[in-house]
Design a protein around this ligand. Structure first.
Ligand code: SF4
Length: 113
């Protein structure tokens, strides 16, 4: 097999597609099927430290499943790579911001009760 392809989203679904164990016409379409990066080289989305991520971000910019991709990465705590147009550092920052908002909301609810 050639170069490793991006396996964003459901690794199982992509693995099954690659090894032929699932007939693509017999399964429901997933967001990964509509990903702009489908078939792209993994090295674009998992660059070595210091390597620019502009080409990955350019693909993500108008990807039709960008929200699904980012949600997946956040739910599965993906530590590496570009997902939904965000780097691991940007995703960690987003998670911290969400936690602060949740905490502030809970504090306001507590104070109002
Ligand atoms: S947002 Fe980016 S990484 Fe996610 S599916 Fe689209 S092109 Fe791929």
């Amino acid at each position: 097999m050639g170069e490793i392809m991006k396996s964003c989203g459901s690794g199982a679904a992509w693995g099954e597609m690659l090894d032929g164990s699932v007939n693509a016409s017999n399964r429901a379409e997933t967001w990964q099927d509509r990903a702009k990066c489908k078939g792209a080289s993994a090295s674009v989305f998992y660059p070595l430290r210091g390597v620019p991520t502009a080409s990955a971000r350019a693909l993500c910019k108008d990807c039709p499943v960008k929200p699904d991709c980012l949600s997946y990465a956040l739910e599965h705590e993906e530590e590496f790579g570009i997902w939904g147009g965000l780097s691991e550092r940007e995703r960690r920052k987003l998670i911290r911001a969400q936690a602060r908002l949740r905490s502030a909301g809970e504090r306001r609810l507590f104070e109002a009760s």
